[in-house]
Write a protein that binds this ligand. Structure first.
Ligand SMILES: [Ca+2]
Length: 327
């Protein structure tokens, strides 16, 4: 392949000089077949919608095309419209064959549930807690590489409702713990804060987005793995040297974000009110020092760099509801 590439490059150089390529070794003279899938190797689609996958083929004269889904042949066209019926991660592969050559490219398509849009607190479907006051928690995960201007399909800003009594003096941290306990899909890593274990910090958020009951994160450096059953009431309290950095979800259909030095969960507060705030401001408090107020909105995002200048804001206009409590 390398040899062929070098030959190709030298041909191009020669052609630029208006000198034609030699026909001496005709087999190697054919430009290599290559294929790619438009929009890249990881794409998301909401369950209920379809995703048009388009392949690009170069030097594929008379080539035969084949799309496969998890190994099964599904189409022989250049374009394949994928209309999944279940959530999950699907490997869709495109291959082109000529008499002498073949090439393929694949895309991992994550199919997630169609969450309901949230414009006001009444739109939130998951509720826990008791009392006359209501607050909302929202956590944002972004899939794909573009965090600054992601497309809506890659923004997952899920929200939960929390009821509390005014006499409880509930904090933002208590709201997170209560929701983690109540929602079997929601997972939280907690670590010590800036003044030790008495001031907890949030180190990570996870969500069993494909709803298969499995959730697992693995640390690429230490190989430490936490499974759903390791979380107690939805929470793992980190100790020792484990900062929460370096974990990734082992299930590409789930959401995970976490860390402390390499990136961190950042905390935003919106204006109190029944409707989703139009914008959120960076919280001046750690969650355990943030006193909830009636109709308050707390939002968390993940920022890749530990710097006040580079933060990922909540895309409030795209807020959706976490899946309602299981029966
Ligand atoms: Ca899962």
């Amino acid at each position: 392949m390398k040899k062929r590439l070098v030959y190709l490059l030298s041909c191009l150089v020669l052609m630029a000089g208006l000198v034609s390529c030699s026909d001496d070794d005709s087999d190697d003279n054919v430009l290599p077949l290559s294929v790619s899938i438009v929009n890249g190797d990881k794409q998301d689609v909401v369950l209920g919608k379809s995703l048009t996958l388009e392949a690009k083929v170069e030097n594929g004269e008379n080539a035969r095309y084949e799309w496969t889904l998890n190994g099964e042949k599904i189409s022989t066209e250049l374009t394949y419209i994928f209309a999944p019926e279940k959530t999950g991660a699907y490997e869709v592969k495109f291959a082109a064959y000529t008499d002498k050559d073949e090439a393929s490219a694949s895309v991992m398509v994550n199919v997630y549930v169609a969450y309901s849009a949230v414009k006001s607190m009444d739109d939130i479907q998951f509720w826990t807690g008791e009392g006359e006051c209501r607050s909302a928690l929202a956590v944002q995960w972004i899939s794909g590489d573009d965090w600054e201007s992601p497309v809506q399909d890659n923004v997952h800003l899920l929200s939960w409702g929390y009821r509390w009594k005014a006499s409880d003096e509930s904090t933002g941290h208590q709201m997170i713990l209560a929701i983690a306990k109540a929602d079997p899909r929601f997972f939280v890593l907690v670590g010590p804060g800036f003044s030790g274990v008495d001031s907890p910090s949030i180190r990570g958020f996870g969500y069993d987005a494909n709803g298969d009951g499995r959730f697992s994160i693995k640390n690429g450096t230490t190989s430490v793995t936490y499974n759903a059953s390791d979380f107690v009431d939805g929470v793992i309290v980190l100790s020792g040297d484990d900062s929460g950095d370096g974990y990734v979800s082992t299930d590409s259909g789930d959401y995970w974000e976490g860390g402390w030095y390499e990136g961190y969960c950042s905390y935003y507060l919106g204006e109190d009110g029944k409707n989703v705030p139009e914008s959120f401001d960076y919280s001046p408090y750690m969650a355990n020092l943030r006193q909830l107020t009636p109709n308050s909105w707390d939002a968390w995002t993940y920022s890749s760099i530990n710097s006040g200048g580079v933060n990922t804001y909540p895309f409030a206009e795209w807020m959706v509801s976490a899946i309602a409590n299981p029966n």
